[in-house]
Design a protein around this ligand. Structure first.
Ligand code: ATP
Length: 244
């Protein structure tokens, strides 16, 4: 049974089909990439999986259980965490408190402030932000805010993490560090990762498999090499052959 499975998932905004009868699966333990040109439907798919939008049609199942129709906090507590394309931290709260919020409210386990603080500290250590724990989130650089966004998602104890362009806007050395962090999230924490990314080299290097969307439809899926050499993908998205 796939870890996460979508069957004929569609989403309409007025007359626009942002997603159209999309079948997809996420396998436990993999890093799955999601690519497609602007407006292809990538963020809409994440919004449906995480309960921000209801699908217009189709079903999404987590470990065989239907989750579409649930509220975002219910889906979060079932083990699906996410980051946002535009970083959504609590700007005036300290880095530590930002992570504590996820730790306290993102899981079903009741916990004390003290244990939430300890867990948040461990997560900040893991993402490399421990030395910034008392700084307000708004004082962080973009790269650190992105790490904080990851820390907040991790604090909800996800089994599946949806990452929406965590590398966007980073310079090459920050990109490399962020890629290592994503790999460690899978490797050391055993979390399955489904990631949208426009930084093609990074995505192709990190992903076990890639799904390609075009105008709300899946036009290809496979290993990064298979996808990069697929004529439909080259025509619709990559523009020139031999990107892998
Ligand atoms: P990008 O790479 O630019 O983030 P994307 O692949 O994530 O693009 P979506 O944001 O999912 O694309 O958008 C898919 C389509 O749905 C676009 O045509 C977009 O304009 C439309 N759309 C998305 N959200 C809404 C909304 N809330 N209301 C109306 N139309 C929307």
């Amino acid at each position: 049974m796939p870890f996460l499975q979508g069957e004929k998932v569609s989403k309409y905004f007025g007359g626009i089909a942002a997603l159209s009868e999309l079948d997809f699966e996420v396998r436990e333990g993999e890093i799955l990439g999601l690519i497609g040109a602007n407006g292809a439907g990538k963020t809409t798919l994440f919004n449906i999986i995480s309960g921000v939008y209801n699908s217009s049609a189709g079903t999404v199942k987590l470990a065989g259980q239907t989750i579409n129709g649930l509220k975002p906090y219910q889906i979060c507590r079932k083990g699906i965490g996410r980051t946002f394309q535009i970083v959504k931290t609590f700007r005036n709260l300290t880095v530590l408190k930002n992570v504590m919020v996820g730790s306290l409210f993102g899981t079903e386990r009741a916990k004390s402030l003290l244990s939430a603080e300890q867990e948040a500290g461990d997560i900040l250590n893991f993402v490399g932000l421990a030395d910034r724990d008392n700084v307000p989130a708004q004082a962080l650089t973009l790269a650190d805010r992105k790490r904080l966004e990851l820390a907040r998602a991790l604090s909800t104890e996800p089994r599946l993490l949806l990452l929406d362009e965590v590398l966007a806007g980073l310079n090459p050395s920050e990109t490399l560090k962020a890629m290592k962090l994503v790999e460690r999230i899978r490797q050391e924490k055993g979390i399955t990762v489904f990631m949208i990314e426009h930084v093609m080299k990074a995505l192709m290097g990190l992903s076990d498999r890639v799904i390609v969307l075009h105008h709300g439809k899946k036009i290809a899926q496979g290993t990064p090499r298979e996808v990069a050499n697929d004529p439909r993908v080259i025509e619709a998205y990559l523009g020139s052959p031999g990107v892998a």
